[in-house]
Write a protein that binds this ligand. Sequence first.
Ligand code: BTN
Length: 242
Amino acid sequence: MNPFSIVHYQETTSTNDVAARMAEHGAVEGTVVTADAQSAGRGRLGRTWVSPPGAGIYASIVLRPPVVVAPLLTLAVGVALVEGILAATGLSPALKWPNDLYVGPRKLGGILAEGAAGAGAIQHVIVGFGINVLPAAFPAEVAARATSLEGELGRAIDRDAVLSSCLARVAARYDDLREGRAPMVLAQWRTHAATMFGRPVEWESGGTVCRGTTEDIDDGGALLVRTGTGVTRVVAGEMKWL
Ligand code: BTN
């Protein structure tokens, strides 16, 4: 991937939306949009991503991946963020399928990949990520389930250093996917998500509530869950960790 060029906003709606507009107007792969604050930050499944000024890292990258690479992007970026945060701060978050970064029971960050296809090919995928930096800046209902880099480390961090470290790792993991090293990336994902396997989960499928125990991920990035009747492949949707 080309070196990143970063477009920074003091405040915007959602960096994913800005990056998507730029991609539609021809922005090259590797273009990054960041903001100090988002007025309409969002997460998976239509949730709000609370984005107060300076409280987090909010970033979105324009990618133009081959079709085979696209389903693994969220997992690869998860690995990259763990590596980037570890290198820049010494903190080693855990990954939770499909898109979360955790420290213990609290969420540190998340990834939102959104794609546009056309003419039989992927036009672009915007991979956005949010990492909480400050402990006190979130509303009470978020703060109870969330953690932050400075809250965990008990000291100030250099957010530009964390961002650069994460972007460098994203470039490396993306190249791994494009150059046939997906098995290695998936192995790294499993290592960082080790504490999430063997856990009871609940999800909905076709109007039925299903329960099982997380077992592994497969080569396509789906979560494998053991149920009373065998192993089920879960590809999307909400997973409730019990
Ligand atoms: C999730 O955990 O559900 C994903 C959260 C993704 C949040 C980031 S912040 C930067 C980018 N812009 C958005 O509106 N969302 C992503």
